[in-house]
Design a protein around this ligand. Structure first.
Ligand SMILES: NC(=O)c1ccc[n+]([C@@H]2O[C@H](COP(=O)([O-])OP(=O)(O)OC[C@H]3O[C@@H](n4cnc5c(N)ncnc54)[C@H](O)[C@@H]3O)[C@@H](O)[C@H]2O)c1
Length: 440
């Protein structure tokens, strides 16, 4: 491809691997780097270290086409096969510290290595979610380790993909945001995103780009907590949150998305980004108190399932509770900050025996729960002899469950639907005591 750019993506996780595969699909030459040797070994054997729909095919296709490579070495990635890398995307993890701030040590570490191994003008692109002004620190770090004074620029290019539909989000984005501080860097970034030219590209200053990401995730979290608070009010008044959300969402200023009541948000983004945005605001002298309330509502909402189980089963000691779904949302194996973790830990601490099933997140869940819970072979094995069934993640597979069959298998027909997946009338007609979020 005429405008093809030689790219390195550092961090080959949910964001880095999808970005790398998609950039190569867009015609660029991409080297994906990770310091996890096992991940790179797997990828070199065409095996995926994470579950993401369509990823395996995309990776295989682009590896075969000679556009996608893997290494554990940043040094090697900077001149892979003798060809100089022009743009380095940083996509390493930025996990939360105990105080809520983002741990940026991996960002600093890889920045230093890039600086030590550049040989010509390079654009360093921050793709991980980071607090505003991180790019300033990247620039300082680059200067410190760039002993040969090689020219470089630092850009911010936050990623908005959603796990489960990540490839579609990357290749058909609502928008691409690029924060730049020089014309030279802007030119290269425009070349990289040229294949996506039919989608909006917002080019702005670096700090605004950084802030857009945290502000977006905090706003979406706010929308979820808002509708969950409304659901609580619906439960107290007998109104139906689905109808309330529908009526609200028809207003173009509000929109229908992210107005689905449930058991709160989890995952590697919303909880930590909300915390980090609050922490950063406070550091800067602005107490963004609203975000604290968004978090509080979410923490409380995650315990909705536990409260409903208690209200139905009375004493929990020795009772059997089935958990359908463990991943923080459907179509991913990601268990990071999944509401299922808090729910299960709380139920176990009250003496409940847990049987759990998830279509793809079982391996990751086993690392968290060990032998504390029973991992079922399928949904029916999960619900067998149960005192109460709880739907925690709304996988498509669970829509197809035959509840007439389940009715005969459980000890007591109690269904607590934390995602409003099922039709209340149908469940009650079968004979279940059926409880959902904010619906009569
Ligand atoms: N997961 C999402 O849906 C999503 C969406 C948008 C943005 N983000 C942001 O993107 C960033 C990455 O998230 P993720 O979900 O891909 O995390 P991840 O944990 O899946 O991936 C991070 C990868 O970086 C690697 N890594 C860490 N230190 C390294 C080093 N020194 N050298 C090389 N590799 C190193 C890790 O081994 C890991 O494979 C985070 O800031 C996250 O907030 C995530």
């Amino acid at each position: 491809m005429k405008d093809s750019v030689n790219i390195a993506v550092i961090g080959t996780g949910y964001v880095g691997l999808v970005s790398g595969a998609c950039f190569s699909e867009m015609g660029h030459r991409v080297i994906c780097v990770d310091n996890d040797e096992n991940k790179i070994k797997m990828l070199k054997k065409n095996r995926m270290p994470i579950y993401e729909e369509g990823l395996e095919e995309l990776v295989k296709k682009n590896v075969k086409a000679g556009r996608l490579f893997f290494t554990t070495s940043i040094k090697e990635a900077m001149h892979y096969d003798g060809i100089r890398t022009e743009a380095v995307f940083i996509a390493v993890g930025t996990p939360p510290r105990d105080d809520g701030s983002a741990d940026l040590s991996a960002v600093e570490k890889v920045t230093a290595e890039v600086a030590e191994n550049m040989s010509d003008y390079t654009v360093i692109v921050e793709k991980s979610t980071v607090p505003v002004e991180t790019c300033l620190w990247i620039e300082k770090t680059m200067r410190r380790y760039n002993k040969k004074n090689i020219p470089f620029d630092v850009c911010s290019n936050p990623e908005f993909l959603k796990e489960g539909v990540a490839i579609n989000d990357f290749l058909k984005p609502d928008r691409v945001v690029v924060g730049v501080s020089s014309e030279r860097a802007e030119k290269l970034m425009r070349r990289i995103y040229k294949p996506l030219s039919k989608y909006p590209l917002l080019v702005c200053d670096v700090k605004s780009a950084e802030l857009i990401k945290h502000a977006s995730n905090s706003f979406l979290s706010t929308k979820i907590s808002f509708i969950n608070a409304v659901a609580n009010l619906c439960e107290k008044t007998g109104a139906n949150v689905e109808l309330v959300a529908k009526g609200m969402g028809l207003d173009k200023r509000i929109g229908p998305d992210f107005l689905k009541a449930g058991i709160g948000f989890g995952g590697f983004c919303f909880p930590k980004d909300l915390e980090a945005f609050y922490w950063l605001s406070k550091q800067k002298g602005y107490d963004f108190e609203m975000l604290k309330e968004v978090k509080r509502i979410n923490e409380e909402q995650k315990m909705w399932v536990v409260k409903k189980v208690e209200s139905e089963l009375w004493n929990l000691n020795g009772k059997v509770v089935s958990i359908l779904g463990l991943a923080f949302k459907p179509k991913t194996d990601d268990m990071r900050f999944a509401p299922s973790i808090d729910i299960i830990n709380s139920l176990v601490s009250k003496g409940t025996k847990i049987k759990a099933y998830d279509p793809v997140a079982m391996d990751n869940a086993k690392k968290i729960f060990g032998n504390k819970i029973y991992f079922a072979k399928n949904p029916y094995d999960c619900v067998k002899d149960s005192d109460c069934v709880c739907l925690v993640t709304e996988w498509d597979e669970f829509k197809k469950i035959d509840f007439k069959k389940v009715f005969k298998m459980v000890k007591h027909p109690v269904m607590i639907d934390g995602r409003n997946l099922y039709n209340p009338k149908e469940m009650r007609d079968i004979g279940f005591t059926y409880i959902s979020v904010g619906r009569p």
